[in-house]
Design a protein around this ligand. Structure first.
Ligand code: 4PL
Length: 248
């Protein structure tokens, strides 16, 4: 039985057309949030919003583009009137060996995973500050701790997410806004299934305290807690949700 912690709340979830973002959006919808499904894939965002129901809104957004992020926030404020929670799940998950890692490819990942995170937090927190309330949850990765191969730029970007989460918690604490992160392990998503990362499940399972393959539904409950009102005394934290693969 799911709680209804999001009654009267508006939550933006980026990258919510599929994968971990989608499971988070579904969970917040089950808890009575008005969910804003933001995704580079506008058709996917609309389809997810329709499936979630309860007034969910689908919006096409390229989080790496300042104008697109501004348009998203204008749409949310005119259609829903407030932003209580922001979940930054949108990210690119590359598989590129170090010898093939060009500067162009490096920048492609940084543009979305870090520039996009900045732009979304900048725009949402400027609105949250006026309400003296807000919950920001960033999706990090345990690859940051593992130093996972074939994704050095992604690992670097998630290291940035980890540090930024701490810094933004400091910056926004005075306005009663919390900023935390979840660090999933390898998770069985559409995106992962499209890359050679799909062949790593047995390897990471060997390292997990609890055996099995991580799924988006395994990640959503931890996010739903941190993005809720009752998590008000937790901020600046990164929580691994990975079956105990990494422990720190
Ligand atoms: C352990 O975040 O955390 C593969 C692909 N293996 O994206 C990840 C691990 C991947 C990870 C990740």
């Amino acid at each position: 039985m799911t709680m209804k912690r999001y009654e009267g709340r508006v939550a933006i979830v980026s990258g919510a057309a599929q994968g971990i973002g989608r499971a988070i959006a579904e969970r917040l919808g089950e808890e009575a949030a008005t969910v804003v499904v933001a995704d580079i894939n506008g058709d996917g965002a609309n389809a997810a919003a329709e499936a979630i129901g309860g007034g969910a809104i689908g919006v096409a957004c390229d989080i790496g583009d300042p104008d697109s992020v501004a348009a998203l926030h204008d749409a949310v404020m005119s259609r829903a009137g407030r932003i209580d929670s922001l979940v930054n799940a949108a990210a690119l998950v590359p598989f590129v060996p170090w010898d093939e890692l060009t500067f162009e490819e490096w920048r492609r990942i940084m543009r979305v995973n870090l520039d996009g995170l900045y732009l979304m937090c900048r725009a949402s927190s400027d609105i949250m500050r006026k309400a003296k309330y807000g919950r920001i949850v960033n999706i990090c990765s345990n690859a940051l701790f593992a130093g996972t191969p074939n994704m050095a730029h992604y690992v670097a970007s998630k290291g940035g997410v980890f540090g930024f989460t701490r810094a933004l918690a400091t910056e926004l604490g005075g306005d009663k806004i919390t900023v935390n992160a979840i660090a999933p392990g390898l998770t069985d998503t559409e995106g992962v299934q499209q890359t050679p990362h799909k062949d790593a499940f047995e390897f990471v399972e060997m390292l997990q305290a609890i055996k099995g393959y991580g799924t988006p539904a395994d990640i959503a409950p931890a996010v739903a807690f941190l993005a809720s009102e009752e998590a008000h005394w937790v901020t600046g934290q990164t929580l691994a949700v990975d079956g105990g693969m990494i422990r720190w």
